[in-house]
Design a protein around this ligand. Structure first.
Ligand SMILES: [Zn+2]
Length: 308
């Protein structure tokens, strides 16, 4: 009996030792090719640019690109081969989103809410992981297993991907299957995001801390971010465990040095009011054009006070 116990203990120890090293994730089942992820994302990004107010401020654009490119140069991001891009949109909700194949949009509300560059890098690394692991098109593939092959074949001749997908009910509207993820996908994005942060020189625990702060301030249900990215449970703890698997805590010292400047600029930007329960560009075909002033009318990105 004692011998058996010893064997059990030894095998448990071996399993624990064997489990060291960062978790490895791979994209799941997918009917889209990677090139089709890219095409879909680019078409969808054009739609976002028409429906949301993209900020063309040189300080903000350069800032998110510096952070984003640093994250994109880490092994997991680079090996994916996806062409990541980073844009800021005027939206007060604390959120960011990435489309299949790489286009990422960061809300001014998120830039205003973060207390450190590492927190922002954490959210961006999380979004980037959804792209790398192809969660959007994976979900669409599972949801439209039978209709999707014909729809994708219809694009092969050079048509619009969004147009074909719309015919089988896959779009970018509210609660889109392409952008609202499962808890399992969330858990993967948290952990891969923590690798990307660490490899970029940002402390991954800052992502866990950011989630904690958001929940403490707003409750886990009150935020659009948690609606799009549901809490897989114990997400802070899971990130801490992943940090240990990566070989423990190191000195994470990277900073662009531009965080304060970014905060000053973003503080001066006025956004349209928060949307209720729905994703900004997905509320319907035309309904937000009237509420968003033509971007060209306000070249300094400030909305007039009386408008909102
Ligand atoms: Zn997520």
């Amino acid at each position: 009996m004692r011998k058996l116990k010893l064997v059990v203990i030894i095998s448990l120890l071996t399993t624990t030792i064997g489990a060291q090293g960062p978790s490895r994730f791979h994209p799941g089942f997918n009917l889209f090719s990677k090139q089709q992820d890219v095409q879909l994302g680019q078409e969808a990004a054009n739609q976002v640019r028409q429906k949301m107010h993209v900020i063309n401020d040189p300080v903000l654009t350069e800032y998110v690109n510096r952070v984003g490119k640093r994250l994109a140069s880490t092994p997991e991001a680079r090996d994916s081969g996806f062409p990541f891009t980073f844009e800021v949109v005027a939206d007060p909700s604390i959120n960011a989103f990435a489309l299949p194949g790489g286009p990422m949009f960061i809300n001014t509300g998120l830039l205003k809410a973060v207390d450190s560059e590492a927190e922002l890098a954490g959210v961006m690394g999380h979004e980037m992981s959804h792209v790398i692991l192809r969660h959007g098109t994976n979900q669409a593939s599972k949801a439209q297993l039978f209709q999707l092959p014909a729809a994708l074949a219809g694009v092969a001749g050079g048509g619009s991907m969004l147009g074909q997908l719309a015919q089988i009910g896959v779009g970018l509207g509210a609660n889109s299957v392409l952008l609202k993820f499962s808890r399992n996908a969330e858990s993967q994005a948290d952990l891969m995001g923590s690798h990307i942060m660490a490899e970029s020189g940002y402390n991954p625990l800052e992502l866990a801390r950011f989630f904690e702060t958001l929940e403490a301030k707003n409750g886990s249900r009150g935020l659009q971010f948690f609606s799009d990215h549901p809490n897989p449970g114990n997400r802070e703890r899971a990130i801490e465990e992943e940090v240990d698997k990566m070989g423990g805590r190191r000195n994470y010292t990277y900073q662009t040095g531009e965080f304060q400047r970014m905060k000053q600029v973003v503080a001066g930007i006025r956004e349209p009011p928060p949307r209720q329960q729905q994703r900004g560009y997905g509320r319907g075909p035309d309904d937000d054009r009237e509420r968003y002033p033509d971007p060209g009318r306000y070249p300094d990105n400030r909305y007039p006070d009386d408008q909102y």
